[in-house]
Design a protein around this ligand. Structure first.
Ligand code: DHB
Ligand code: FE
Length: 291
């Protein structure tokens, strides 16, 4: 049985990656953003997982908009960092975990989630920015990475309820993995409230974001009832990325159903970063001390 040592939640704004790549972390604009990740980065250095399942949306990088599956898993042993138009980020290519990825595909299919399988996807800021926030500037990422892509960009997109259910099936699949003691984390990325286009561009709703953070920790089931219209109205068009946080939270629910406990170690909320509200949570498995 593999372990779920933490679930982590973070925005994946590309400008955060650019700020790190240009060593602007200490600029007055960026410092408050990065300061909010320092404690999590320290915790991760002491609790480095073997594998991160990175839940994010492909931004027309691995797939163009002529075909976007609801859910897709990357099963290769290495993922090339994409050039998104400004040159590729100077970060290492993440290595995959094909054995666990294939196990997850089979288990999820058996649970009723027909996953698209991506053999050689390039990966974009949705995956690389969270890795940079979690692990800093490194010459090699300290763990393997499995991309789990959720369509939030091209209608029709999966519902919040479906994302939470996928997460629960994902958690059960991780638990069922034969490699005893493999330390897995599931990271949900995207959000928080933001709108990049149209008359509502620049929209931020801090009240909604803070409510969402509270509910995600305490009552994730309640969030599963939110419609897409509610996400767009409350959190802006790109705020709908928050449905992906429910996948990570669902995975944790599967372990909680098995009696595991998780503690909220860190929370961070900051406005603005680029045109968005930045949010972050770290929920870690409680390790019971033996007397
Ligand atoms: C931007 C892009 C994103 O994918 C996102 O999640 C937030 C912001 C941007 O282009 O600013
Ligand atoms: Fe995004």
């Amino acid at each position: 049985m593999a372990q779920l040592t933490a679930t982590l939640y973070t925005s994946h704004v590309p400008a955060i990656g650019a700020a790190m790549d240009l060593a602007r972390d200490d600029d007055p604009y960026w410092k408050p953003v990065f300061d909010g990740y320092a404690a999590s980065r320290r915790w991760l250095a002491d609790h480095t997982p073997d594998v991160v399942v990175m839940v994010y949306n492909d931004h027309a990088t691995a797939m163009d908009y002529s075909m976007v599956p609801p859910f897709a898993l990357g099963v290769s042993d290495r993922f090339e960092i994409a050039d998104e138009g400004w040159g590729r980020r100077p970060v290492p290519d993440p290595l995959g975990h094909p054995a666990l990825a294939r196990h997850l595909v089979h288990r999820l299919m058996a649970s009723g989630f027909d996953m698209a399988v991506l053999h050689h996807p390039k990966v974009d800021h949705g995956l690389s920015v969270p890795l940079s926030l979690g692990f800093g500037r490194v010459s090699a990422w300290p763990c393997r990475v499995i991309p789990l892509m959720v369509n939030v960009v091209h209608a029709p997109v999966p519902t919040a309820a479906r994302c939470l259910a996928l997460g629960q099936a994902l958690g059960a699949a991780i638990r069922a993995y034969a490699d005893d003691g493999l330390r897995v984390q599931v990271w949900g990325t995207g959000g928080m409230s933001h709108q990049l286009q149209g008359p509502g561009a620049g929209y931020i709703n801090s009240r909604f974001d803070c409510w969402f953070l509270d509910e995600l920790v305490a009552r994730p089931d309640a969030l599963a009832g939110l419609s897409h219209e509610a996400f767009v109205e409350q959190a802006g068009t790109e705020g709908a990325e928050l449905t992906m946080w429910l996948v990570a939270r669902g995975a944790q629910m599967a372990f909680q159903a098995d009696g595991q406990r998780f503690d909220e170690l860190h929370r961070h909320y900051h406005v603005p970063a680029s045109n968005t509200a930045v949010g972050h949570l770290l929920l870690a498995q409680r390790v019971e001390k033996t007397a």
